[in-house]
Design a protein around this ligand. Structure first.
Ligand code: ADP
Ligand code: ZN
Ligand code: MG
Length: 485
């Protein structure tokens, strides 16, 4: 590969998170029985008129803004004409000359370096229906539930230079879209799909090579694998002095290979023209300002800030910012707390652990971030052990009680009373003579076992540090007593 560099451009389709379709009021809910979410508009019956979904339009502008695009002040919808059984109107309403946004960029971080990938355009369009083929190949069925679902198409410039970079770009884009709350980006349900274009360029030359377009990858890893395969396939052709044909190829995840589907269609084939049923839409400066205010701090920048502000390791920050709500929770709790690393660990390991066990998510955690901070402060002050905190966290996150009240009510306050602990330690020493003997002979590790026994007897309430100290003292004392006797 060292004579050539891969040149990659991506076309991403994102399903916008609206309740109804983009030009009619049918539901967009996933998984309904076939053809139950259709109406004359999305079935393309004669005499009907499309009406633009305001929310989809706002989401499109918001995304274009977040991707640093220039917003077109008057946008237009065009008909993209082609015949296919999943397209009942024989045309798709899309945008051609006047898309919502043009000339933007998204910054990504790959191996510590920031790179700008230019966004060529962002446009709003409608999805087609879905064909389902019977396994024996005798029948094909069509489901129009998806027809008319709002899609945002995001097209990059060919600025990406490796399959791995494409992978990182997709992850950054996905996280960004999730932060914007415009799509659920659920790849299994097809809310985020990506076609990848790739060619090889001779190093040091400006001229781009002939590209192929890859389709049918349904995971980001699939996109990376398909690109790796295709880069290799093109390299072999070029090294043999053969030409790369401009074509659309499908990725077969089973075979881990791409195969030719069809020659590339040209834009002329679609006979785009403005949809006479829809007017041009003005995007006012006020609307732009309003939507700009809805854009939160985006993940790449938040990652850098959180890392600096709380001095956390990269790996922790990655986990925190991947989910906006998790990062929000962390930063909320930090307003009442001062040990970021401890909070981060507790949040990622214990709270998320419990959340996963409950098949819930961080947004539904009832324990208010300030109460989480309170719980951790109680550990810091030695009022409860971390073990108790871990035990009760599930209760706390489903019930929204003040942890202090809860702990007092359940009698979980840590035993830090020396006299009380001494009695228990004495019992443990008496019950485990051989372990004590081992410890005396120098087996340091045995102390852990003995502490564990005390914890068992106190059901986790003993202050482990204190128990450790008392144990050592008591055993030492016994030795001295024996010597005196
Ligand atoms: P087409 O006219 O074949 O549809 P476009 O110029 O519209 O091609 O680009 C479609 C996508 O392909 C864009 O994401 C673009 O960045 C990418 N692309 C364009 N030319 C190349 C190339 N030579 N190699 C790789 N990707 C390319
Ligand atoms: Zn409809
Ligand atoms: Mg094109």
């Amino acid at each position: 590969m060292n004579k050539y560099v891969p040149v990659i451009g991506l076309e991403i389709h994102v399903q916008l998170k609206t309740r109804s379709k983009v030009f009619c009021t049918c539901s967009t809910k996933f998984g309904a029985p076939p053809n139950t979410q259709t109406c004359p508009v999305c079935l393309g019956l004669p005499g009907v008129l499309p009406v633009l979904n305001r929310k989809a339009f706002r989401y499109a502008i918001k995304t274009a803004l977040a991707l640093n695009c220039q917003i077109t002040n008057s946008v237009r919808f065009d008909r993209k004409n082609y015949y296919y059984p999943d397209l009942p109107k024989n045309y798709q309403i899309s945008q051609y000359a006047l898309p919502v946004g043009i000339r933007g960029y998204l910054e990504i971080e790959n191996e510590g370096e920031i790179k700008r990938v230019r966004i060529r355009r962002v446009h709003l369009e409608e999805d087609a229906g879905k064909l389902i083929h019977s396994e024996d190949g005798r029948f094909s069925f069509v489901d129009y539930n998806r027809a008319g679902t709002p899609l945002l198409e995001i097209v990059t410039e060919p600025d990406i230079n490796s399959p791995q970079e494409a992978y990182v770009f997709l992850q950054e884009l996905r996280t960004t879209l999730l932060y914007l709350e415009v799509s659920d980006c659920n790849m299994e349900e097809g809310s985020l799909r990506c076609d990848a274009n790739i060619s090889l360029k001779r190093k040091g030359e400006e001229q781009l090579g002939t590209k192929t377009e890859l389709k049918n990858m349904n995971t980001f890893k699939g996109v990376r694998q398909a690109l790796e395969y295709e880069a290799h396939r093109q390299l072999m052709l070029l090294e043999d002095g053969k030409a790369v044909l401009p074509e659309t190829r499908l990725w077969d995840p089973g075979k881990q290979a791409t195969y030719s589907m069809r020659g590339k269609e040209e834009v002329e084939d679609y006979r785009y023209f403005p949809d006479p049923d829809l007017v041009d839409y003005e995007i006012s400066e006020e609307l732009i300002q309003e939507l700009r205010r809805e854009i939160p701090e985006l993940p790449l920048y938040r990652k850098r800030r959180i890392k600096e502000q709380y001095e956390l390791p990269d790996r922790d920050v990655e986990v925190l910012i991947r989910d906006k709500h998790l990062a929000d929770y962390f930063e909320q709790a930090m307003k009442y707390y001062d040990r970021p690393k401890f909070l981060c660990n507790f949040l990622i390991t214990d709270i998320l652990g419990a959340v996963n066990e409950l098949k819930s998510n961080i947004q539904d955690v009832k324990l208010h971030p300030n109460n989480c901070a309170k719980l951790l402060t109680m550990i810091d002050k030695g009022l409860i052990s971390i073990k108790i905190a871990k035990q009760i966290i599930k209760d706390l996150i489903i019930s929204d009680v003040d942890p202090e009240t809860y702990i007092n009510q359940k009698g979980l306050v840590q035993i830090s009373e020396t006299s009380q602990l001494e009695k228990i330690v004495e019992k443990v020493i008496g019950d485990n003579p051989s372990a004590v003997e081992d410890y005396r002979k120098g087996k340091e590790k045995v102390i852990g076992f003995l502490v564990g026994e005390v914890m068992k007897l106190t059901r986790g309430k003993a202050n482990p540090g204190l128990v450790n100290e008392i144990l050592r003292d008591k055993i030492k004392q016994e030795v001295q007593d024996e010597k005196i006797n």
